[in-house]
Design a binder for this molecule. Structure first.
Ligand code: GTP
Ligand code: MG
Length: 199
């Protein structure tokens, strides 16, 4: 994908703040610190478009990134971050849920999981939600540069088993450092976005 524009279009915590236009959106969900913001940056070749941090809980709002005036990437707050108050967890949960439940522009929710770890129960809930709403259920297994090539398939099997993924083509190892499988992921995203045009 040739990126001619990638910019933060809107920051929101509630529906009335979302962009009003009809651009299709692909949203990224996953645990805090899994690498959602880094993923977006690496896919659009910008180091600092989405703010990243080695401390979990960096993204606390819904950030809408306009790509090529053609579609949007939506960076969601991460879940499962232990070191915040109960109230704040509830608030983040509501921010994420009200986006996922009420967004017509939303064409696919992509789940990111850390390739080194078995997905959590929260990941499983998220994945089941994604499937039950009829999305394809693309899972990106991040930080693949942190394990050896030989370990990748083994870790993918663990993720597949926990989430109950049927189609191995829908689970893709990725690294925002070495960008393995970047082209493959763009081609999946192109499919998702093209389908929306025919509807
Ligand atoms: P929240 O905003 O807290 O939900 O986190 P996030 O999912 O947006 O994670 P973020 O992109 O901020 O990345 C968290 C940390 O993991 C940062 O220190 C990143 O540099 C690191 N990181 C992300 N992706 C990769 C990767 O593919 N490989 C390696 N080695 N580090 C990564
Ligand atoms: Mg983030």
């Amino acid at each position: 994908m040739k990126i001619v524009k990638a910019e933060l279009q809107k920051v929101a915590v509630e529906p009335k703040q979302y962009p009003m236009d009809k651009l299709p959106e692909i949203a990224f969900a996953g645990r805090s610190n899994v690498g959602k913001s880094s993923f977006i940056n690496s896919m659009v070749n910008r180091n600092n478009l989405a703010r990243t941090s080695n401390k979990p809980g960096k993204t606390r709002t819904i950030n809408f990134y306009n790509i090529n005036n053609n579609f949007r990437f939506v960076d969601l707050p991460g879940y499962g971050y232990a070191a915040v108050s109960k109230e704040e967890k509830v608030k983040w949960g509501q921010i994420i849920e009200s986006y996922l439940n009420n967004r017509e522009n939303l064409k696919e929710v992509v789940l990111l999981v850390d390739i080194r770890h078995e997905p959590t129960d929260d990941d499983l809930l998220m994945y089941n939600w994604i499937k039950s709403y009829g999305y394809r259920g693309i899972v990106i297994a991040t930080k693949s540069d942190k394990i050896s090539k030989g370990q990748i398939q083994k870790q993918l099997s663990i993720i597949k088993a926990k989430l109950g993924i049927e189609d191995m083509n829908n689970i893709i190892p990725y690294s925002s450092k070495n960008k393995m499988n970047k082209d493959k992921i763009w081609s999946l995203f192109r499919d998702v976005l093209e389908k929306t045009k025919d509807q």
